[in-house]
Each structure stands twice: as structure tokens, then as C-alpha cells.
Write a protein that binds this ligand. Structure first.
Ligand SMILES: NC(=O)c1ccc[n+]([C@@H]2O[C@H](COP(=O)([O-])OP(=O)(O)OC[C@H]3O[C@@H](n4cnc5c(N)ncnc54)[C@H](O)[C@@H]3O)[C@@H](O)[C@H]2O)c1
Length: 301
């Protein structure tokens, strides 16, 4: 059993990670300012929940000094790309300066391991499955802020010798979504009873991974990765088009769903592919269990 601090633990992915780690009997602490997260998503005693902002360096230091976590999982960030584009100073400040504060406190209180949630958005456009060795080249402020986070982690490791896992998350789906991504948007319209749903770009394909599988991967990485700084992709290794996602909803409710392109939702700049090569992660013994159809079925039930 470890004492584990999860920043951003009240969010979409954090809530799945916490539920998974609690099942393994770890003691979980959370720092979250609830800007996007929801206190109800997690079953954590008030004594273990800190409603705090990672931009508040002194408070972060006080909390981490009090908790003395053995592992730190750093998920707190602003990550919905349209929001980041509209709020570039706020998002880069939280994602970069907030990460600096966290790593500074980690340097002082020396946890055994640090896990940093990075993103597939650090990669430029590739038309094939991307592996961790591919050159990075973010295309937006969000990807740039996360790549900077990766560099900060590298510097932290070189200075402290504390092992770091940098994990590049691909597209998450599952319960407790906090941002209007594609799947929750379709889910919302379907649950409202619409059978002709309005969407933007239809051709891009994405690698969707269920948050329960992500949570298991986080545990695998924390358990198996020893010494050094290591980067892993976390996706399912399969990409789905918007049409395929809508078809999965159609199957789940056993009704035909049609798509109407809403020009106001069409993004001018859009990657056509985003697919993870997850062989490095799979070599640790992890494999995803929840397919897109099964995952979507549980969302509409
Ligand atoms: N959802 C995805 O598909 C996806 C893909 C790639 C990477 N990621 C990364 O995974 C992590 C978790 O993402 P998520 O989808 O759960 O998003 P989320 O918005 O649901 O979770 C982020 C959490 O951080 C908290 N937070 C934000 N700013 C904070 C601050 N200044 N101080 C303290 N807490 C703060 C929010 O309240 C929220 O609970 C993020 O680092 C994100 O960049 C997510």
C-alpha cells in the first residue's frame, strides 16, 4: 500500500484512476481546485481532499509537506483544446507554472516516483501509428504546454534522480466526462432523444481508450517502471472515425442514427489521424480490455 497524491483527481481520468487505486488498497490524497472536476466523482474523505490551486505555490508546498506522498500522479491541467486556444495564458500558466510548483515541492519532499500526464498532442501530424521515439512537434498551445511539462520532468529527474513516468494519453472516453469532446457530445444528443445528430468534422480518426483501461495502465506503469525517466504512449492502438463512433451508439440503442454536418462546429485545422503504437506499454503486461462498442453501451445505459 502506498500513499498516493493525485493532482486533478476530481476530473474525468482522475476519478477512474482513483477508483482503481482504491481497489488496490492504496491511500489516496487529492489536490483539485474543482475548476473542471467534480467532488462527487470520487469517494474520498474530506481529510484527504484538498481544494487547492496548483498555482498557489505555498499552499501546494504545505499540503505535500503534510501528506508526504510516496507516489505523485500529476493530472491537474487545462486540456480541452478549444478552451486552451481561447485562453492561452491561463492554460499555459496552469500547465507549465503549476507543473513547476508541483515538481519544486516534489524535489523538497522526495516521493519515490512521479507520474506526469502528457498527451498525444505533443506529436505533429503522422499518418501512421506513432511510437514514443517519433519526433515531437505540437500544433497548439495545449500540446506545447504539455511538451514543456515533459521537459520540466526531465530536468527534475536529472536534478533529483527520482524516477518519472511521462505518459502520453490519447483520446479518453468513459463515464464522468468534464469537457464537450466528441463522445459526450454524441451521448448528450442521443440521450436527449435525437436521432439526427449535429456534428462537425466527420473524417478524422482517433484512438479512443476507456478510462478504466487507462487507470489500469497508470497502475502498471507505477508498479513496473523503476529508475530513470521513461515515456509511454497510452492509447488502445485502434483508431475510429466519427461515423464509426456514431454507429457504435446506433448499435447500443438499437436504432438508426443519422449525422447532419453543422458548419458552425467544423474545425478548420484538424488532424486526420491520431493513432498510438502501444507496444512499449503492452510489453509491461498491460492490455486494454474495453472495446468501443462495449464502452459506449455502458454510456447510454
Ligand atoms: N481526456 C483526454 O482525452 C486527455 C488526453 C490527453 C491528455 N489528457 C491529460 O490528462 C489529464 C486529466 O485530464 P482529464 O480529461 O481528466 O481532464 P479534467 O479537466 O477532467 O481533469 C483535470 C482536473 O484538474 C483540475 N484542475 C485544473 N486546473 C487546476 C489547478 N490550477 N489547480 C488544481 N486543479 C486543477 C480540474 O478541476 C480537473 O478536475 C490532464 O493533464 C490532461 O491534459 C487528457
Amino acid at each position: 500500500m502506498k500513499r498516493i497524491l493525485v493532482t486533478g483527481g476530481a476530473g474525468f481520468i482522475g476519478s477512474a484512476v482513483i477508483a482503481h487505486l482504491q481497489k488496490q488498497k492504496h491511500e489516496i490524497f487529492v489536490i483539485d481546485n474543482l475548476s473542471f472536476g467534480n467532488r462527487q466523482f470520487i469517494n474520498i474523505d474530506d481529510s484527504h481532499f484538498f481544494n487547492a490551486d496548483i498555482l498557489d505555490e505555498q499552499r501546494l508546498d504545505e499540503i505535500i509537506g503534510k501528506i508526504r506522498p510516496q507516489y505523485i500522479i500529476h493530472l491537474a491541467a487545462v486540456h480541452f483544446i478549444p478552451y486552451c486556444n481561447q485562453h492561452p495564458y491561463e492554460s499555459s500558466n496552469i500547465n507549465i507554472r503549476g507543473t513547476m510548483h508541483l515538481l519544486k515541492a516534489a524535489q523538497k519532499y522526495t516521493p519515490e516516483k512521479v507520474f506526469f500526464a502528457s498527451t498525444a498532442a505533443v506529436y505533429p501530424i503522422y499518418d501512421l501509428a506513432v511510437s514514443e521515439s517519433f519526433a515531437t512537434g505540437p500544433m497548439d498551445i495545449y500540446g506545447l504546454s504539455k511538451l514543456t511539462g515533459e521537459h520540466l520532468c526531465n530536468e527534475f529527474f536529472l536534478e533529483t534522480d527520482i524516477p518519472v513516468v511521462v505518459c502520453r494519453f490519447f483520446n479518453a472516453f468513459g463515464p464522468n466526462e468534464t469537457n464537450p469532446h466528441l463522445i459526450p457530445e454524441i451521448q448528450k444528443q442521443v440521450l436527449e432523444g435525437k436521432r439526427v445528430i449535429k456534428l462537425g468534422n466527420l473524417t478524422p480518426k482517433r484512438d479512443f481508450i476507456h478510462t478504466y483501461d487507462m487507470a489500469a495502465a497508470v497502475e502498471t506503469l507505477l508498479t513496473h517502471v523503476e529508475g530513470g525517466i521513461h515515456t509511454y504512449n497510452l492509447g488502445r492502438g485502434i483508431e475510429y472515425s466519427v461515423t464509426e463512433i456514431v454507429d457504435a451508439f446506433s448499435k447500443a440503442i438499437n436504432e438508426k442514427i443519422e449525422i447532419e454536418v453543422d458548419q458552425s462546429r467544423v474545425r478548420k485545422v484538424e488532424r486526420q489521424h491520431l493513432l498510438a503504437d502501444v507496444s512499449k506499454l503492452k510489453s509491461l503486461g498491460w492490455s486494454p480490455k474495453i472495446g468501443i462498442e462495449e464502452g459506449i453501451k455502458t454510456l447510454v445505459q
